[in-house]
Design a protein around this ligand. Sequence first.
Ligand code: VGL
Ligand code: ZN
Length: 209
Amino acid sequence: MGFDLRADDALIVVDLQVDFLPGGSLAVNGGAEIVAPIEALAQRFANVLLTQDWHTPGHISFASAHQGRKVFERIELDYGPQVLWPDHCVMGTPGARIVSEPLLERAQLVLRKGYHHEVDSYSGFREADRKTHTGLAGYLRERGLQRLFVVGLATDFCVNWTALDAASNGFETLVVEDLTRAIDTDGSLAQAYAEMDSAGVRRIGASDI
Ligand code: VGL
Ligand code: ZN
């Protein structure tokens, strides 16, 4: 394929955080493998943005906040279905840290999400109530950034939701599949790929760039 990277492209690196890597509380298989290639890719982008999962202690998405519920169970909240997770990425804790100093150095924006106690936010654009916006779409528009390459963790949750919202906001959206890793609970990865495909999110490989 071969993309000519342009000044209006952005690399969005989703949730490369301690808790999502091996040893973390919500470790994603293979997550550590993608860090160095993402750092290398980021050197080629004029615009690098990071998202950071950033939850309150006892956040509503944590199984520990719901009496008698288990991790990976699905429940119904006011705003819709919610998977219950192990406690992870609690604001200000070591588990919430972004794992890459080079990426932090390169990043123009670190967008935190999931900080409202009663609402989860997989997406970097819009919280799980589907009403509360993070400001990312406005940021991208004001900066004239139009084409978004999305990488990071996890393919089937935060990468997927971020990419779907990017597309629905009118951005040309590409997910660099081999620079993501999935949680894959209960068919979530296959579903994520189907959703990306029907939303017009392109799936590419790092070697295509
Ligand atoms: C994520 C589950 C819960 C993710 C965040 O980054 O994909 N997944 N919080
Ligand atoms: Zn989370």
